[in-house]
Design a protein. Structure first.
Length: 237
């Protein structure tokens, strides 16, 4: 009898409240509510966050065949913010099977968020961008600065509030918004009157490839151990 009562107390108590976000195998979590995270297919949500607001940052990885060769794609870091309750959520990503689809996703990520009944959930999305060298990024520091900036997918920090501590202003309810992608300005190439359409297309393709190379370098750097990271930095210097 005591065991049954203890189980009921645990189930009905705040500590027993559970919520999670299921991600596709091709999604790599980078940050969960401002904290660095290892890749995981299921993220435990923190319902003690102010207004239950959750912030998940992830990258989309894919492999596709183009002109007979296999190509790896690693997206920019996408930020997803939504208000959670005690239930499980599912993140769905589009299929990447070509260079054009990869570029389209990076320009404006198309994602779907549903609850355990299949109902679409309102969310806000953005991208965590950094100019310059992408190797050795401190994502925790970047997201802290992002949240302080009051950007569209920013959240308040998770702090336990007691009765003697002044409370912060509540976060306004999220209204449905059109996803906004912050896209870095690509390096422009000067084109003379003698250049034709084919030359312009080649330059554009080279810019896309270099962007993917940068993201792949950053991805493998994050996977490397400290010794390998130090050796890589030494080679760059």
């Amino acid at each position: 009898m005591r065991h049954i009562i203890a189980l009921l107390c645990l189930t009905l108590s705040p500590m027993g409240i559970a919520a999670s976000l299921q991600l596709p195998d091709r999604a790599e979590t980078v940050l969960v509510n401002g904290k660095a995270s290892q890749q995981q297919s299921s993220v435990k949500l923190d319902l003690s966050m102010p207004d239950n607001m959750q912030q998940i940052a992830f990258r989309y990885q894919a492999r596709y065949r183009d002109n007979g060769s296999q190509n790896d794609f690693v997206s920019d870091v996408v930020i997803l913010r939504f208000q959670a309750s005690e239930q499980n959520y599912q993140l769905t990503l589009p299929t990447i099977n070509s260079a054009s689809r990869a570029t389209q996703f990076n320009d404006q990520p198309t994602i779907t968020l549903t609850d355990n009944t299949g109902k679409s959930i309102v969310f806000t999305q953005d991208k965590l961008m950094k100019s310059g060298l992408q190797i050795g990024r401190d994502f925790a520091q970047e997201i802290a600065l992002y949240n302080k900036s009051g950007a569209i997918a920013a959240i308040a920090s998770a702090k336990r509030i007691n009765k003697n501590t002044p409370t912060a202003a509540p976060v306004a309810p999220i209204a449905p918004v059109v996803p906004v992608a912050i896209v870095p300005v690509a390096k422009t190439t000067e084109v003379t009157a003698s250049n034709n359409t084919a030359d312009t297309q080649v330059n554009k393709t080279e810019d896309i490839n270099q962007a993917e190379v940068s993201r792949m370098l950053d991805y493998w750097y994050q996977k490397a151990n400290p010794n390998t990271q130090a050796e890589f930095k030494a080679k760059i210097n």
